[in-house]
Ligand binder design. Structure first.
Ligand SMILES: *Cc1c(COP(=O)(O)O)cnc(C)c1O
Length: 367
């Protein structure tokens, strides 16, 4: 049996008529960049997140970067985040001229450990970016409390957590802004590049609206130096179609995760992803932890099962961040995650018998 890591084609088959008609409407109206299809999606996505504004942008990376710029963060400033994330979280900080400062993650949730913030904060700190890793929200209450005490902004990196909730509250609505990616493989994926910033703050929304469009306040009048970070009409239109299915797809992911959990629970050598009490997990990634990770990955690959590693090297040890001079050993939990995490196939259309096959082969490996 073949079990790909991700199968976008199957999902597309279930919505191809809706998608075709959405794209046709954009073609018929020539609203290729920004415009009514993007605006409609922005409104719908703001509703999902229980927040006032959504600004459609060109990617999740742009969403993070524009949010930092919109908050006036730049050279001389520090922003605290975690080293076990996709590099974009730190890159966005660096690309606005600020310095990323890392804190390690909690051993259970693999998200930001708020108890470590005290050691990382300085007089230059301006913001904190927790990452809702793999679809599970970070423990936001202590992070927000710390930020309030030190007058810092909290920006949620919700690029892996569309539709997820923290203590009942939709992610993206907890910090001053939430940043989302619609990269094709995400829980809500475009058919190209796209992203969004969600915020209830009208000033920040205005700034980002201007920044994403070359700093224009009206056509060819530029109030500030911005960039081209706009969302395409076609992406907006098909994201509206896919958004209608998001909660069902997330539910299917949770069912798949529960099946993995029940089939793998007796294997002593692996740690299953822990669902925190405060979280509604949306399982963008289902990652197990094991000491024999590389051998298990090869074993499964030979049996037609594709797994990935998120992420094989934590950000502070990447060559790009060598100038920060952070040694191995600086963030032990993130480093262990990089050595032990293995992401199993996970998507809404993954079939029960595929999950059973993956679990059976993992059992075979250990017996
Ligand atoms: C995908 C992702 C991003 C970047 O999003 P793009 O749309 O690919 O630019 C940022 N942070 C995290 C945690 C991500 O998973």
């Amino acid at each position: 049996m073949k079990v790909p890591f991700l199968d976008l084609h199957n999902q597309y088959q279930t919505i191809r008529c809706e998608i075709a008609s959405a794209i046709q409407q954009v073609l018929d109206s020539s609203a290729f960049v920004g415009g009514p299809f993007v605006e409609r999606f922005e409104e719908e996505f703001a509703n999902l997140c229980g927040s006032r504004f959504t600004l459609g942008v060109s990617s999740g990376t742009s969403a993070l970067w524009l949010t930092l710029l919109g908050l006036g963060i730049g050279p001389g400033d520090e922003v605290i985040t975690v080293p076990n994330s996709f590099i974009a979280t730190a890159e966005a900080i660096s690309m606005c001229g600020a310095r990323p400062v890392f804190v390690d993650v909690n051993e259970q949730s693999y998200t930001m450990n708020a108890a470590l913030l005290e050691n990382a904060v300085t007089s230059r700190t301006r913001a904190i970016i927790p990452v809702h890793l793999f679809g599970q929200p970070a423990d936001m209450d202590p992070i927000v409390a710390f930020a309030e005490k030190h007058k810092l902004h909290v920006i949620e990196d919700a690029c892996q957590a569309h539709g997820s909730r923290y203590k009942g509250r939709p992610v993206g609505s907890i910090g001053i802004a939430g940043c989302f990616s619609f990269y094709p493989g995400k829980n809500l994926g475009a058919y190209g590049e796209a992203g969004a910033v969600v915020t209830a703050n009208p000033d920040l929304a205005d700034k980002i609206r201007i920044l994403r469009d070359h700093g224009q306040t009206r056509k060819y009048y530029h109030a500030m130096i911005g960039w081209n970070s706009r969302m395409d009409g076609i992406q907006g239109a098909l994201l509206s179609v896919k958004l209608k299915h998001l909660l069902d797809w997330n539910e299917a992911r949770r069912k798949n995760a529960a099946l993995y959990d029940s089939l793998l629970t007796e294997i002593q050598e692996i740690n299953l992803p822990k669902k925190m009490d405060y979280a509604q997990h949306v399982y963008h990634i289902y990652a197990i932890r094991t000491k024999n990770r590389d051998k298990l990955k090869d074993f499964l690959a030979h049996r037609g099962i594709d797994c990935l590693i998120h992420y094989p090297l934590p950000i502070h040890l990447q060559e790009a961040y060598r100038p920060l001079r952070l040694e191995r050993g600086s963030f032990p939990i993130s480093e262990t995650c990089a050595e032990e995490f293995l992401s199993l196939p996970m998507y809404p259309d993954l079939a029960g018998n595929q999950i059973e096959y993956v679990a059976q082969e993992i059992r075979n490996f250990y017996s």
